[in-house]
Design a protein around this ligand. Structure first.
Ligand SMILES: [Mg+2]
Length: 270
């Protein structure tokens, strides 16, 4: 049995665990020369699935010996916390809070499912002011996801999301009421949520959320606080060990971030 945690080798910090463990190790390696390696030992292992790290820990460890060092963007919150996958404001953070209150360790994924079902019925979000690179608007926020990577839980949030374009992908699930929430959930599981009228998608480098009633905030599945909060993209701030087949990552070494960031807006591949 391998215990969860991180350890340091010469040039890499290896996170053996789930996405929460990866997030903890991330805090120490962003903006340093130390590369992050991941051996998935968690429940969902969203990051490993996203980049094609084998879910079998022994195969993942073997792969680390011939991995490529690349760079990825990370997110930074105004509370000083880095994240690799996404931050969620509203519904998913409330579910995280309720699941932690209700015996997450003993019940595991069941605690989340039970909390999600209960929270679905009463949670109505709140009106908030959102600023995207300074562009401000007001909307009711049931859930807003500030995403660095494509998979949200185990489903794609948006096909365009990349952790190497210098931009957050922001998806806002708005509106209120039982039918609206039901449409959001069914649309999400069908992969058609971006076509719904109360769902908006944006890209931005800086995102801020203010609300008179605080909304809970999670990063990489860990509850970290409440709104108001801001989120800043940190382009190429993480050195990471990835499978040679991984579809993402700036090559390590000479970087041309400006070209890559503008290529993100170009419909033709770079
Ligand atoms: Mg991005």
């Amino acid at each position: 049995m391998v215990s969860q945690g991180g350890f340091l080798t010469g040039f890499a910090a290896i996170a053996g665990g789930g996405d929460g463990t990866v997030n903890e190790v991330l805090q120490g390696v962003v903006h340093t020369g130390t590369a992050l390696g991941v051996i998935p030992l968690g429940t969902a292992n969203v990051f490993a699935r996203e980049v094609g790290i084998p879910l079998d820990p022994l195969r993942a460890a073997e792969l680390l010996t011939r991995a490529e060092v690349r760079r990825l963007d990370v997110g930074l919150t105004s509370t000083g916390r880095y994240f690799l996958l996404w931050s969620g404001i509203g519904f998913d953070a409330e579910v995280t809070k309720q699941a932690e209150l209700r015996f997450k360790r003993q019940l595991g994924i069941l605690a989340y499912i039970a909390a999600a079902v209960r929270t679905f019925f009463w949670f109505e979000g709140t009106r908030a002011q959102v600023a995207l690179d300074g562009r401000k608007f007001r909307r009711r926020v049931l859930l807003m996801v500030v995403a660095n990577t494509r998979l949200y839980a185990l489903f794609p949030l948006s096909a365009q999301t990349r952790p190497d374009d210098g931009l957050f992908d922001v998806v806002l699930f708005g509106g209120r009421g039982f039918l609206t929430k039901l449409r959001h959930v069914l649309g999400f599981f069908a992969g058609k949520h971006l076509q719904l009228p109360k769902v908006l998608r944006f890209t931005a480098r800086t995102v801020s959320v203010f609300s008179s009633r605080p909304l809970p905030v999670q990063v990489d599945g860990e509850l970290i606080g409440t709104t108001p909060m801001s989120f800043y993209i940190q382009p190429a701030a993480l050195r990471i060990l990835l499978p040679p087949t991984a579809p993402y990552g700036y090559p390590d070494g000479r970087l041309n971030l400006g070209a890559r960031a503008s290529a993100a807006h170009d419909p033709s591949p770079p």
